[in-house]
Write a protein that binds this ligand. Structure first.
Ligand SMILES: NC(=O)c1ccc[n+]([C@@H]2O[C@H](COP(=O)([O-])OP(=O)(O)OC[C@H]3O[C@@H](n4cnc5c(N)ncnc54)[C@H](OP(=O)(O)O)[C@@H]3O)[C@@H](O)[C@H]2O)c1
Length: 242
């Protein structure tokens, strides 16, 4: 059996990925998000608000169940938020904590618990963090998001370095999915253009049909998870997956 623990399965990339994985009858998916929109005999949902770190810490035992006959165990830290799109100096103070809790603190806590909970499992284990190009270049209006994704990339690089030194069976990836047609993009298109100079460009990407579909991204991610040995980098873009 292959087990996939995926955050943010209620919509967007996470939902498309869970549904793609469930097509294989050897795969079991454990989803985590506030809402649930998947009903399937091999899907289990754990409702959790990942911006509530105390609730997350108190419910970790529900996120990482005892797994029988595991041949592969995968954690996908996919849930993410852009937060308020606004220049530094005019943001709501709590925006930083909110974005960092969902995009960095929750993935870090989940990674730490995943590694300890399944330490004695001899099968291959994969941690896939869904990052963003915004972690590699500054985007005005997105300071918290850019900084959080840069932190997620460095978290991934450090954990992989540790696992390499431990000579373990754990691989870590931090993948930028490209510009994908999800609720997150809808949120960005509604941003005030005085607080986000690329607002018009993002609207044009949608109007001219240049956004990638969550299903196409999910197909590529399943290829990565099926053939993870072929991918040597930790931080990379979706175009690296053919
Ligand atoms: N779409 C893009 O163009 C794009 C580009 C680069 C990177 N990404 C990254 O891709 C990942 C998925 O994004 P998406 O575009 O699929 O976004 P989306 O459609 O907005 O979906 C986000 C998912 O995250 C979950 N989530 C958000 N806040 C949460 C919270 N507080 N607690 C628990 N779950 C939470 C949502 O579930 P609930 O609302 O039910 O809780 C939802 O399932 C994110 O990490 C994002 O940064 C996206």
């Amino acid at each position: 059996m292959n087990y996939y623990i995926i955050t943010g399965t209620s919509k967007g990339i996470g939902k498309a990925l869970a549904e793609a994985l469930l097509q294989n009858d050897q795969n079991y998916v454990y989803g985590v998000s506030r809402n649930c929109s998947i009903t399937h005999p091999r899907y289990h949902h754990q409702p959790l608000n990942l911006s509530d770190i105390v609730a997350l810490e108190n419910n970790l035992h529900k996120v990482f169940p005892v797994l029988k006959d595991a041949e592969k165990i995968v954690l996908v830290n996919n849930a993410g938020v852009v937060g308020e799109v606004a220049y530094m100096g005019s943001q709501l103070t709590h925006n930083f904590a909110y974005v960092f809790d969902v995009n960095v603190m929750a993935p870090a806590i989940l990674t730490n618990t995943f590694l300890s909970a399944y330490h004695s499992e001899a099968c291959p284990k994969i941690i896939l963090n869904i990052s963003s190009g915004a972690g590699k270049r500054p985007v005005d209006g997105w300071a918290a998001y850019c900084a959080s994704k840069a932190a997620l990339d460095m978290l991934s690089l450090t954990v992989q370095e540790e696992q390499k030194l431990l000579n373990s069976n754990v691989r870590v990836f931090s993948l930028s999915p490209g510009v994908v047609d999800t609720a997150m993009q809808e949120h960005l298109r509604q941003a005030d253009a005085t607080q986000f100079s690329e607002a018009k460009r993002f609207q044009e990407l949608k109007n001219t049909g240049q956004l990638l579909s969550p299903e196409a991204i999910a197909t590529k991610i399943t290829k990565l998870l099926d053939h993870y040995e072929e991918f040597l980098e930790v931080v990379f873009r979706i175009d690296a997956i053919e």
